[in-house]
Design a protein around this ligand. Structure first.
Ligand SMILES: [Zn+2]
Length: 286
């Protein structure tokens, strides 16, 4: 059985071992809507097995949060139309050119086209049969937003963008107050150093707050209450604003942040600072 989070929403939790993300299901009276395809056929089938034990209408449509492998490599198993942003389709089209054997993966890591962490996870998830990787393209492409009626339950699909991927899409179910975030709050990974850009990040936080959801589901963590996410977002916003004012003065940033938070910055805070500073560096180099 899938885990129930609100009356109309079920999910299967993320698994860190091979970076399997959360897969979601929203159902109304008529249809079930699936959020993300899984990181492999095996992952998708694990979800389908649990789904068949849950009493919900059959899946009729699927939405994809962004093109990264862990959200899309299960697509070939699903026999339902898939909805995605224009940039998600473009990202998948680019992947169709690639081979997935160890040598090709390692070469792309060297060339800066693939992330070392992702290559490692792909090798682990597809340890036995790399031929199972078949890139599928979404059938339904939307430019900014789309509203789906599942029979008394709405799924609002919107591109929010951000550093992680320009096509990052969120799924909001107003009747249940749940927002699926995908990886949209993550940094840009496809660069020499992971980074955030201050403007894009602050704009994204405002968009997320604008939904006024009660429960937030990020792809690689546990569901969070609005209070918990707001507390985190306040901390990130403080970091972004301090760096906006101080630039690359590490000592100054640390002491102002300590004062502002009323505690020592944690390793997570330090990592966040590093990613914002990487963003500044990349902007200067442009
Ligand atoms: Zn991602």
């Amino acid at each position: 059985m899938l885990e129930k989070i609100t009356p109309n929403i079920l999910f299967m939790p993320a698994e860190a071992r091979t970076d399997r993300p959360v897969l979601g299901l929203v159902f109304g009276k008529k249809k079930s809507f699936i959020i993300d395809a899984g990181n492999s056929p095996a992952h998708a089938r694990q979800f389908i097995k649990k789904l068949s034990a849950s009493r919900v209408p059959p899946p009729g449509l699927m939405g994809i949060t962004h093109w990264h492998w862990d959200h899309t490599f299960g697509m070939s198993v699903w026999d339902i139309p898939t909805i995605a942003h224009t940039d998600t389709r473009k990202g998948l089209e680019a992947l169709m050119e690639y081979s997935w054997d160890d040598e090709s993966l390692d070469k792309r890591v060297e060339q800066g086209l693939e992330i070392e962490f992702c290559a490692e996870m792909i090798k682990k998830e597809f340890a036995w049969d790399r031929d199972q990787i078949k890139i599928e393209l979404p059938e339904i492409i939307f430019p900014e937003s789309l509203r789906i009626d599942l029979g008394g339950i709405t799924c609002l699909i919107e591109r929010v963008g951000g550093d992680h991927d320009s096509g990052s899409t969120v799924f909001y179910i107003p009747e249940d107050g749940v927002l699926f975030l995908g990886d949209c709050l993550g940094p840009e990974l496809y660069a020499p150093k992971y980074y955030y850009s201050i403007d894009k990040f602050l704009e994204l936080l405002e968009k997320i707050r604008g939904y006024g959801a009660e429960i937030y589901i990020g792809s690689h963590g546990d569901p969070e209450s609005s209070e918990d996410l707001e507390r985190e977002m306040e901390g990130w916003e403080k970091i972004a604003r301090i760096i906006e004012n101080r630039g690359k003065d590490w000592e100054g940033i640390m002491s102002q942040l300590k004062e502002s938070l009323g505690r020592d910055p944690t390793p997570d805070d330090r990592e966040m600072i590093e990613f914002f500073l990487n963003g500044l560096e990349i902007k200067e180099g442009e």
